[in-house]
Structures are given as C-alpha cells and as structure tokens.
Design a protein around this ligand. Structure first.
Ligand SMILES: [Zn+2]
Length: 489
C-alpha cells in the first residue's frame, strides 16, 4: 500500500516537472487567413481552373486544401441568416453574434467585445492585421475596432491609430479626417504621434526590417475603390498580399510569438459582380499567401497554427449550369484581360467617346462595337474558343445593351434580379461567360452557406467537424487565451 502511494506521488511529481518543462506556449505563431466571400465553390473553381488550363480532368489542389484538418462553420448573424462581413468577423474575432453592420460590439451596441487579437497581444504576442482592401474595412476592423456601424470609417481608423498592435498593411484609409469636419484629428498624424512608422511607397516597404518598430503600411497602388488592384489587373511589381505577409512575418517574428490576420478581401468583390475569372485569380493569389504561412510552419511545426477560412460565401457560386459546359472547362475564362470592374470602366469610356462623335441614338441602335469589344477583351462570341453565342444569348445581351443606356429602375425587382447594381450589358456578359464555362450565380450579394475551415499545425485538430463561426474564437481562445471564454472589456 505504502509503496503504491509512493509510486503515485512520484508519478505526480514527475508529471508536474514535465508540465513545467513544457511551460513554453504550444501555439505561439497563429495565422488566421480569411478569404472574404470564399465558399467551397470559390476554392474548388480555382482548383478546377488550374487542371482545365492543363487540359486535364479533375483538379490541381490548392495549398490550403492540403490541410490535414478540415471543418466547416455556419455564419448566420444575430439578426439575419445571411451575414455581412462585420457580424461574421465579430463572431470569429470575439465569439459573440451581433447585428449585420456591427464590428466588435454586442447586438445592443452597449459595449465593446474583447477580440482574440487583443487577447493575443495581452498574452505577449505581436499582432499584425493585413488586407487587400482598405485597412479600415469591416474584416480587418473586426480585429481591432469596436463600432456600432462598420461605415464609421473615421471612428474605426481612430481605434487603429490608438491600438497597441504592431503591424497594419492594406489599402488607404477611407476617412483619414472627420467627414463631419468637427474633429480636427488627422488619423495619420495621430498614428505617428502614437509611435507608428507610416510607410506608403514600395521603397519604404522594401526597407522595412525587423526592429522597425510598429508599422502602418498603406499600399501605393490604392485605386479609386480604396483597395489594392485585383490580381488580374495588377501591374508587374505591384506589392501582393503574399509579399505583405512575408513582411509581416519578418517584422513580427519574436520569441513570444505572433498572431497575424491576413485577408484576401476582393474574392468577395469579384463574386458580388459575378466575375468568375477575377474571383479565381483572387483565390489563387490568396493561396500564394497561404503558401508563405506554410513555409513558416515548415520551420516551426511544433508551435505554428494556420487557419484558413472565410466570413461568408458571396454570389451563390455553383459549378454546373443549364446550357453550360458540363466538363467545367474553366480554361474558357482564360481570355478575360481584366476584371469586370476595369472592363466596364473601359466600356463606358469608349461609349462616351462614341456618343460624343455620333450622338446617343446612333450608338444605341448599333451594338456591333460592344460585341467586338467584348470578344477581344473576354473571348465571348468567339466560336473557336468554345464561346460562340446562340440566338437566345444574343437576344439577352441586346436587351441588356439597350438597358445600359437608360436610367436604372431601382424599384423594379426584375431589373435588380437581372443586373444588380451593375452595368446591365457588362454584367450580362460576365454572367454569360460564367454560364458557358459551367459556373452559375444565384445572387449579387452574400449567401448563408457554411464556409470551409482548413487547419494546419499546433492545435489544428480542434478545428475538425461542423460548428459555428463563434466557435472559431472559442477554439483559438483555448489555445492562446489565459482567461477562457469571452470577456467584457
Ligand atoms: Zn465579407
């Protein structure tokens, strides 16, 4: 009996010692990589595109889809089954469901919710927030800001400038000054006063090195939409999300670890516009960033967790359409020279010039130039590319061409169902192109389908199965938080 007791005590002491020996945090490098609007089909379409370009069946798997652990998460918000980015990110970042349009606050807008990034910072990790859209946009904001309205960009930016996080990178602030003109604070000056290094060109970006201190990097090619260019429109040499993530790792790597949230924000934008080729290129660019995280993981396997997920699906993207290509020959999308955002801009510019020269009636009555424009810019109409137009498609496009000259009737549901808020002709071109390649769309908005979760590394096994987006916070909190559960500030 006595002997057994001593054995027991010995085992306990040994266990305590072993535990103390493992005092170092297990999960100390966390990558949370969010493809905004990226549902299972967006991922799979990119994989099918790669195989189709090699003229073979099946897929070429994305790096993110080689994860040993896969799950999926429901995304509904407190007040709507179909969430927006604000409520979805609040759920993932804080574990609490809130109203669509809210970031980092409870549904009654009474108090700010503590986010996983704030918990990471408190536990000694460095924190980086990266996005391909403006750094004050809902998804990045959900990790550092607390606002009843995601449209309060000035308030969000102020919280960024006052935060104790270490690295921000993305497109420029929407409201660096108070839009009401009452508050005279300039966000960039405030950030500098608070000790941030502010970098906004490629040279400064290149020279950012470990020891640079806390940094805000604003991408120099921030176009009129307050976002980095789409991958499909990007100039050679323009800084990518992949490069921003490499920089984040270089700046934040330290013995106490880091938490990096990086968002591919324009997968969502492309899908709102039902633009399949642009969406696929955005997913591929996002996967390049995943590979950067995977390289880091290879060197720090024991302590690194990579999570890849999404806030919601956008567009109701599907694979398989009536009169579509049932082999999903997505290589038919390869002829598209730019995003539909850019192509529509170009289309309208040409149309304006022609109207100036020939008058509106003449341009309206003859759509030949528009079909020629579309054929050279996307391949649609070119039978040799498998993109010839049948009678029905021609009629559909001609109706849309006609509509693109008139003032939009926002109250007409049929018009909205057909064209959303986009140029009727160009969006019909985009949807026709998608359909011919085999890709369908149900909406110009978000959908309520569960999103994929992929996990690699330390603690990854917790992300297996089917759960809610609030569980992503809870699982992360058990890995890196000290307090457990969500906490009021
Ligand atoms: Zn979103």
């Amino acid at each position: 009996m006595l002997r057994r007791w001593s054995q027991y005590v010995f085992t306990v002491i040994l266990a305590v010692f072993l535990f103390a020996g493992c005092g170092e945090k297990e999960t100390k490098y966390v990558f949370l990589l969010i493809g905004d609007g990226m549902g299972p089909v967006q991922m799979n379409a990119a994989e099918r595109y790669l195989a189709s370009m090699e003229d073979r069946s099946g897929i070429v798997p994305l790096a993110m889809n080689l994860a040993p652990v896969s799950g999926s998460a429901t995304t509904y918000s407190k007040n709507r089954y179909i969430t927006d980015s604000g409520a979805a990110v609040t759920a993932m970042a804080t574990g609490v469901k809130t109203l669509n349009g809210t970031v980092g606050m409870d549904a009654e807008h009474r108090y700010p919710l503590r986010s996983i990034t704030e918990i990471a910072k408190e536990s000694g990790m460095k924190v980086g927030i990266l996005s391909t859209v403006s750094i004050d946009h809902a998804t990045p904001a959900g990790f550092y800001a607390h606002q009843p309205d995601r449209g309060n960009y000035f308030g969000i930016a102020r919280q960024l400038a006052n935060s104790d996080f270490d690295f921000f990178a993305g497109a420029r602030f929407r409201q660096p000054g108070d839009p009401a003109g009452k508050d005279k604070t300039n966000i960039i000056d405030l950030a500098k006063r608070n000790g941030f290094v502010y970098a906004e060109n490629s040279t400064a970006f290149r020279y950012l090195e470990p020891g640079a201190g806390r940094v805000i990097f604003i991408h120099p090619d921030t176009n009129v939409e307050f976002a980095m260019p789409y991958s499909i429109d990007r100039d050679e040499g323009s800084i990518t999300l992949k490069q921003m993530l490499e920089k984040a790792i270089a700046l934040l790597d330290n013995p106490d670890g880091f938490f990096i949230m990086a968002e591919g924000g324009k997968i969502d934008w492309a899908c709102h516009g039902n633009d399949a080729a642009t969406c696929i290129q955005e997913v591929l660019a996002f996967d390049e960033a995943v590979k950067v995280a995977l390289d880091f993981y290879e060197a720090h396997k024991k302590n690194t967790l990579i999570l890849v997920t999404s806030d919601h699906e956008t567009g109701g993207m599907s694979m398989g359409t009536s009169y579509g290509d049932n082999d999903l020959g997505l290589s038919k999308l390869q002829w598209q020279t730019g995003s539909f955002t850019e192509l529509t801009r170009e289309f309208r510019n040409i149309r304006d010039v022609m109207i100036n020269e020939h008058g509106p009636d003449s341009v309206r009555q003859n759509a030949d130039w528009a079909f020629e424009f579309v054929r050279t810019q996307t391949g649609l109409g070119d039978a040799e590319k498998g993109l010839g137009l049948n009678e029905y498609e021609m009629a559909d496009l001609l109706t849309a061409y006609e509509k693109s000259f008139s003032v939009r009737d926002r109250e007409n549901p049929l018009e909205y169902i057909a064209y959303g808020s986009y140029d009727p002709f160009m969006v019909t071109v985009s949807r026709t192109l998608s359909r011919k390649a085999g890709i369908g769309w149900t909406t110009y908005s978000h959908t309520g389908v569960p999103v994929p979760v992929r996990a690699f590394g330390s603690g990854a096994e917790r992300f297996d199965g089917y759960y809610d987006n609030t569980d992503i916070f809870k699982k992360l909190n058990t890995l890196i938080g000290k307090n457990g559960g969500w906490v009021r500030r």
